[in-house]
Every structure is written in C-alpha cells, then in structure tokens.
Design a protein around this ligand. Structure first.
Ligand code: DQA
Length: 148
C-alpha cells in the first residue's frame, strides 16, 4: 500500500519559518518521521514538496494510479488552489488535509479551505503530529476497506 504525502508552497522552509506557529521541525525531519511510521504500519510513504501548484498537480497525476491515498498540506493553496482541488478530486483517492497551525485561530482568510470538500477529514493545529495521526487513520481505513 502506498500513501502520498504532499506538501505545498513554503513548507520547505519549516524549521526557519515562524517557529511559534509552525514548530521547530524541518520538513526533512517530518518526512523521516512519516517514513518511520509508515514502516511500522507496513505502508510505503512517498513524500513530495513543491512551491508550484502545477508541479503538485503533475505529481498527483503521475502517482495517483499507483497509490491508495493522499495526505496533503496545501499551504496557502488551501485557500485558493482550485486547480489543485480538481487534481485531488480527479485522483479519486481518499484525501486527508493537514495543517500544522490551527487555521481557525488565525487570520479570517485562513479559515476557508477550498480543498476541504474533497477531503475525508482535516487535521489542523496539532503540529507535525497531525501528519502522523493522518497516516495512522488513513492506513487503518484503507486496511479495513482495501478498495477505492
Ligand atoms: C498551513 C496554513 C496555511 O494557511 C499557510 O499558508 C501555510 C501552512 C499550515 O500548515 O498551518 O503555508 O497550511
């Protein structure tokens, strides 16, 4: 079973970006923790980050047929990324949306997600642990019901 973990714009700057909001861990550290958890769950975790919406879409289109689920932190594309939304919908894969920060406790515009309607669920405000929880939940759901 393969799960794609996709990180959108500016998430390559984790560890340098405002640590009081996004935490101390770098993206490499978070990806390593996800791969470790994937091993424990017997799930292949494939990670990808881009600052470009088109590159995120290309990745989803290329990988969707060989994957069973998607975990995505779309960064600011959460709030206006309609092409990304379409690509996620077209993938027909179950999607979990993750945010490191609590987007409902910040600026008003961050409380709107255009991605949420295609997501099975959303985790917001739990830092890097949100990704691990998303992986555990998605793997468990997929194992319970292996088909799309
Ligand atoms: C974010 C929240 C977004 O509003 C922001 O643009 C990000 C990161 C989060 O993980 O909390 O880049 O998705």
């Amino acid at each position: 079973m393969k799960i794609l973990v996709i990180h959108g714009p500016n998430l390559n700057m984790l560890g340098k970006r405002d640590k009081s909001i996004y935490g101390e861990r770098t993206l490499d550290e978070i990806n390593a923790l996800l791969k470790k958890e994937g091993k424990a769950l017997n799930v292949e975790v494939m990670t990808f980050q881009s600052n470009h919406e088109g590159a995120l879409i290309d990745f989803i289109q290329e990988q969707a047929d060989s994957a069973q689920g998607i975990i995505i932190n779309p960064g600011a594309l959460t709030h206006y990324g309609f092409s990304l939304l379409d690509a996620l919908a077209d993938s027909k894969l179950p999607v979990i949306e993750v945010h490191l920060s609590n987007v409902y406790r910040r600026e008003e515009w961050r409380a709107r997600s255009v991605i949420a309607p295609v997501a099975e669920g959303q985790i917001s405000g739990l830092g890097w642990r949100g990704y691990i929880t998303a992986l555990q939940v998605l793997a468990s759901k997929l194992k319970a019901k292996p088909s799309r």
